[in-house]
Design a protein around this ligand. Structure first.
Ligand SMILES: C[S@@+](CC[C@H](N)C(=O)[O-])C[C@H]1O[C@@H](n2cnc3c(N)ncnc32)[C@H](O)[C@@H]1O
Length: 365
């Protein structure tokens, strides 16, 4: 045990603790009665330590390493992806800090926009690599969006990401500011222009329709971006949420009981009336199906276990935006309530529902 502890750079006490809680039980004993680690035990220890370094809690790690569907290679792949993402995220933060230090050294103060940029518009350059694992077309929502596009033949998709909701039967042009997201567009996807919504590089009325899906809340100036969509297209379709209706925030158990910090993200967010006014349209509710295929923030309202999975959270910006402390606390509390049955008790009415109204809206003009 001492040798394994030394090699792994952990204390013997840590290994004892892992043994006591059943996370890593050495499979053999020496003649003298000491614990002996097999090759398989060492492999498991490597996984435990790597997930630990990524910030996972011990209980979460136990769930991960005990999952029979994940073999050693799948763990290595997942660890690699998570580490690269963490590296990219850290590199973007270092760059932003260097920029600010340089500016301060020259006696300049960076603007509030610049200070927040790394969490906003550039966010997808840091978290985007986790996106394709869980974010995909939800056919029932796609049907609503494509229906609202009417007979439009030329369609501009703003904040297009990997293109989940691009209609396959129209002439689509995509706009996406994040290089990481552009690079992940599947082969054969529509041509993609690097630009932000607030300044679309197109002539007035260039498209039959412009669409924007799950993106408006990332724009530094949503109203300006929506006006731009209105300018370049005859029809506008936007899938977003109603942030000023606090009723639904109360209704969603995740924000109500575990992540009240979500409210901070909505400060300064334009009202639904402001958003619809910017395109001169109307808002229709979009209910979230219980088995929603696009695993966005609200998608798992009837599948709470999903929020315990790191890879599910990493593809949803809310979790990065609230910060690691709030995220960890929310996940720990949810895990406890799922184990104790408290979540099921509090939310027993949900089991009978197939769809939920969680404030998602389709704006159509
Ligand atoms: C949650 S993703 C949605 C992607 C895609 N529409 C979908 O439904 O899968 C949000 C996207 O908005 C993009 N975005 C961020 N700031 C933007 C801006 N100012 N203008 C346009 N898109 C922006 C991000 O880079 C990211 O790809």
């Amino acid at each position: 045990m001492g040798r394994v502890a030394e090699l792994a750079g952990v204390s013997v006490r840590t290994l004892h603790h892992y043994d006591e809680i059943g996370l890593l039980r050495p499979s053999a004993r020496t003649f003298a009665g000491y614990r002996a680690y097999s090759a398989g035990d060492v492999e498991r220890l490597r996984e435990v330590l790597a997930y630990r370094r990524l910030g996972f809690g011990l209980r979460e790690i136990a769930d991960l390493v005990d999952d029979p569907a994940t073999d050693a290679v799948a763990h290595l792949r997942r660890l690699r992806g998570l580490l690269l993402e963490q590296r990219d995220r850290a590199a973007a933060m270092v760059k932003a800090i260097d920029r600010e230090l340089e500016a301060r050294a020259m006696g300049l103060r960076t603007s509030p926009e610049e200070q927040l940029q790394v969490f906003g518009a550039q966010l997808y350059d840091t978290i985007g690599s986790a996106y394709p694992a869980t974010r995909r077309t939800e056919p029932r929502i796609a049907a609503r969006i494509w229906g609202a596009l009417g007979d439009a033949q030329t369609v501009l998709n703003v904040g297009a990401g990997t293109g989940s909701y691009e209609p396959p039967d129209r002439d689509v042009t995509a706009v996406e500011p994040s290089a990481v997201m552009r690079a992940q567009r599947p082969p054969g996807a529509a041509a993609c222009v690097a630009a932000g919504a607030e300044s679309l590089p197109f002539e007035d009325q260039s498209f039959d329709a412009a669409m924007a899906v799950s993106t408006v809340h990332h724009w530094p100036d949503p109203v300006a971006g929506l006006r731009e969509m209105r300018r370049v297209a005859r029809r506008v379709v936007v899938f977003t949420y109603d942030a000023d209706n606090t009723g639904w925030r109360e209704r969603f158990w995740l924000t109500r009981d575990y992540l009240p910090e979500f409210a901070d993200l909505l400060i300064g967010w334009p009202s639904l009336a402001d958003l619809t006014q910017a395109i001169g349209g109307r808002a229709e509710p979009v209910l979230v199906p219980w088995d929603c295929a696009d695993r966005f923030f609200e998608a798992h309202w009837r599948r709470p276990q999903a929020y315990l999975a790191e890879h599910v959270r990493r593809a949803v910006s809310v979790w990065t935006r609230v910060g690691p402390q709030a995220e960890q606390r929310a996940v720990d509390e949810l895990r406890n309530d799922l184990t104790s049955g408290r979540w099921a008790e509090r939310n027993r009415d949900l089991v009978a529902l197939d769809t939920a109204e969680l404030g998602l809206r389709l704006l159509v003009a």
